[in-house]
Design a protein around this ligand. Structure first.
Ligand SMILES: Cc1cc2nc3c(=O)[nH]c(=O)nc-3n(C[C@H](O)[C@H](O)[C@H](O)COP(=O)(O)OP(=O)(O)OC[C@H]3O[C@@H](n4cnc5c(N)ncnc54)[C@H](O)[C@@H]3O)c2cc1C
Length: 377
């Protein structure tokens, strides 16, 4: 029986699961490899950090997602792909052969090799959330922690403001953003960057205008200054999974899978990739949840066409501009859409409505067709 292997329960695979639930082509065996039992929605993570949401509100259980889908769940991690042999190797050492492979494994957090003990990478999100809770629980009431978030992208900005909100119960705490001023919110309009700087200032978050480096002694530094901190959160953007290097797949200069408009690998037509793990050869775009979600229906249409032996036609055409809503810790958000921007409490409520609706839709889609039990091993 031919096998469709879905690697990772990334955003685009949520649409694939919905499509498979509606009409799985007969004669195919579908396997999802995903290490986490709960996937946390990154868009709501800053809201969780700031105390607006509970952990249950921002997560989806994989078993819940797979309810009613004719999919076998292997709770494991892909650690290697052999594109020629059509085989993946799992963390437990087993290998799985596939006829069709779809990668939605996202990116990884780059962690600098340094001796500093207080580093906390944002990804994987589950690990970050557990470590943050432990750190916060261990903080004495009279503590004055010094904490910095490294990174200049939207995630770093949202996380640093959420951390500042979370630490309000510790009035002596010092919160900093370690990012080069010029690179802050790159790709967003100047007005958004200026509004962000104003928010940082208003919240007394220091901008350490430097890059994160590691000195010869192995210490984490802001530029060439060793950092004296209690915690450094790494939110420095996505890095390609290292195991893609030996896969035989065509990759871009940074190791991400090169895909065409149909999200198909440009070197191996039986392999698809969507979300942060891929780079569009014809139309490179930002790595963001927005694109990962929108690519989902295209990926689903093309995978199902392949399974039915039909011509692959769907193309993912990224919009010229997408709406980004950046939560500012308290109930306030910055809205950014191309050159346009706005800010205020209204946008925070819009963001909350969009994020909650997204999760509700995933849960409802699973529940409405959940007659058959989830298969797992
Ligand atoms: C704090 C934060 C806030 C953000 N806010 C926004 C926002 O508001 N808007 C926006 O557009 N973007 C936002 N982003 C960016 C967004 O999270 C990513 O672009 C998006 O998650 C990428 O989606 P993906 O489906 O490619 O991968 P992911 O969402 O990372 O999903 C990958 C899945 O694959 C699994 N996996 C990983 N490795 C393996 C493996 N080797 N084998 C099997 N499974 C594997 C993971 O467990 C995970 O379930 C934010 C990011 C962060 C960190």
């Amino acid at each position: 029986m031919p096998v469709l292997l879905l690697a990772g329960a990334g955003h685009a695979h949520l649409a694939v699961l919905r499509a498979l639930r509606r009409a799985c082509p007969a004669g195919w065996h579908v396997v999802l490899v995903e290490p986490q039992a709960r996937i946390n929605y990154s868009g709501m993570l800053p809201g969780w950090l700031a105390g607006h949401y509970s952990q249950a509100e921002i997560g989806l259980s994989v078993a819940e997602l797979l309810a009613g889908a004719p999919v076998l769940w292997r709770r494991d991690t892909v650690i290697a792909v052999d594109a020629e042999a059509r085989r993946v190797v799992l963390g437990n050492g087993q290998s799985l052969d596939f006829d069709l492979l779809s990668l939605a494994v996202g990116g990884q957090q780059a962690v600098p090799a340094c001796r500093t003990p207080f580093l906390l990478p944002l990804r994987p999100l589950a690990g970050f959330m557990a470590a943050w809770q432990d750190w916060l629980r261990a903080l004495p009431p009279q503590a004055c922690p010094r904490i910095a978030v490294a990174g200049g992208g939207a995630a770093a900005v949202e996380v640093v403001m959420a951390v500042q909100t979370a630490l309000k119960a510790w009035p002596g705490s010092e919160v900093s953003l370690l990012a080069q001023r010029d690179a802050l919110l790159a790709g967003h309009a100047d007005g958004v960057r200026a509004a962000c700087l104003r928010q940082l200032q208003r919240k007394q978050i220091h901008l350490l205008d430097a890059r994160l480096t590691v000195n010869a002694a192995g210490e984490a530094c802001a530029g060439d200054q060793p950092l004296a901190l209690d915690l450094l959160i790494l939110a420095t953007g996505s890095q390609a999974p290292g195991w893609l290097t030996g896969s035989g797949l065509a990759l871009d200069a940074h190791g991400f899978v090169l895909a065409d408009a149909g999200l198909r690998s440009i070197s191996h037509p039986v392999i698809y990739a969507a979300g942060d793990v891929c780079t569009r050869q014809d139309m490179p775009h930002a790595r963001s949840g927005v694109h990962a979600v929108r690519a989902g229906p295209v990926l689903a249409a093309n995978l199902l066409a392949c399974m039915r032996g039909e011509v692959v036609r769907a193309r993912y055409v990224p919009r010229r501009a997408s709406l980004y809503l950046l939560a500012c810790g308290s109930r306030h958000a910055l809205a950014s859409w191309g050159r346009w921007h706005a800010s205020g409490a209204l946008w925070w409520y819009v963001k909350r409505w969009i994020d909650r609706r997204f999760l509700r839709q995933q849960r409802t889609a699973a529940m409405s067709l959940s007659d058959s039990p989830v298969r797992g091993d």
